[in-house]
Design a protein around this ligand. Sequence first.
Ligand code: ADE
Length: 224
Amino acid sequence: MRIDIITVLPELLKSPFEASILKRAIEKGLVEVHFHNLRDYSTGNYKQVDDYQFGGGAGMVLMVEPIDRCITGLKEEREYDEIIYMTPDGSTLNQAVSNEISLKKNIIILCGHYKGVDQRVRDMFITREISIGDYVLSGGELAAAVFCDAVIRLLPGVLNDETSALTDTFQDNLLAPPVYTRPSNYKGTTVPEVLLSGDFPKIEKWREEKALERTEKLRPDLLN
Ligand code: ADE
């Protein structure tokens, strides 16, 4: 998979890709991530990328021209499956969307800033608009990092144990069951007996029951 990220603040976005699972995925060649600083696509002496909005009102708007230049240049190099705009008024990210996007080959992610982008960018280029939740961040960069993490960890070979993404919370619309590790007795609190039994069908059944129980208690909305 190849991800091209367009941003006015690449430095805000880079560190999550330089540590841990995302770093390893890049080193293993399972994903390529390219950052494009929007300022590099602006013309003129001031490298302007934003301007006041027509009609008045507070807040700057990212201009169509540099974004057009950047996206059009990328599209000349290869075909993109999705051009995604991170925005609080997009559709809310969930595991199903992450799964779907993880199957794509090439995607572009555009990070909004200030009051957002000129509407014509959305009309001309964007195939999907994604929000990471009903709250407003100061830009799309942190949202893009969250989204990339959710997608990249699903790519085959990224997680050590190939099956472990399959048992994540939300994968089957259920919260994950509780997990335990050594010691089996810690200050008198013990691990459920069944997990020590070695009886795998029984363990599986227990996990399914606990997942359902937890979901009913904490997130009943997932069961509807
Ligand atoms: N940009 C600002 N807030 C955002 C959010 N909640 N999700 C995605 N992009 C954003």
